[in-house]
Design a protein around this ligand. Sequence first.
Ligand SMILES: CC(C)(COP(=O)(O)OP(=O)(O)OC[C@H]1O[C@@H](n2cnc3c(N)ncnc32)[C@H](O)[C@@H]1OP(=O)(O)O)[C@@H](O)C(=O)NCCC(=O)NCCS
Length: 211
Amino acid sequence: MPFYQKINVDDKTAIFVWKITEEFNELFRAVSLKDISLARLEGMKSESHQKGFMAVRMLLQHNGYSDFDLYYDEFGKPNLKDGVNISISHSFDFSVIILSDKNSGIDLELRRNLIQKIAYKFAEEKFVYECENNSAEFVSKLTVIWGVKEAIFKVRNEIGISFKDHIFVQPFEMNDSKTTALLDFNSVKKEFLVYFTEIENYTLVWLWESE
Ligand SMILES: CC(C)(COP(=O)(O)OP(=O)(O)OC[C@H]1O[C@@H](n2cnc3c(N)ncnc32)[C@H](O)[C@@H]1OP(=O)(O)O)[C@@H](O)C(=O)NCCC(=O)NCCS
């Protein structure tokens, strides 16, 4: 049952990482699920997704919560009954949650060369042009940018946000481990503080709105 890592972000914010090495049955025996979650689990097409879903429940249980404390709004945003903010991500071998007093977003992505092919769909043109000449960091940076946009979407939970047209990531170097991003949507501008790190061949991004 590998709880993998806790990242202490600040006094009231922490990230919890689960590395999924268990078989389906081992996870299934270890989590208690309410009926609606059981139905969701049964409806999932891949075992990888099912295990990611259950590993999130393992992380909840690790923190004294259970699936019974978690509910979703109509758009799929997760909430905890006690009001602590939660954001969730899973990608193949890992599941992560962030627990915080702030409305935070988290995203975990496997770094894949394929991302270069779809960069034009979500990344700023200036960035794509500059990075094409430095392919070593291209995949790493693109994966951060993708993660930022997914995580902002999770914080704002608003229909109609376009990754390319409404979210702009401030240029950064991988060594910085942080940057900022701007959401410019529906005449409202919001700045986000962004942090990132790499775990094995995955990229982890977390963020929240700046004060
Ligand atoms: C919802 C979305 C952000 C999920 O991201 P993902 O990379 O597919 O998957 P992740 O594993 O990182 O995150 C999944 C978790 O996000 C959370 N989530 C889903 N919808 C959410 C929402 N509206 N708000 C906040 N969190 C949400 C859920 O907790 C979900 O996991 P769970 O259902 O097992 O609890 C993504 O699918 C999405 O819809 N993005 C916006 C659409 C878009 O613009 N896409 C790209 C255009 S180029």
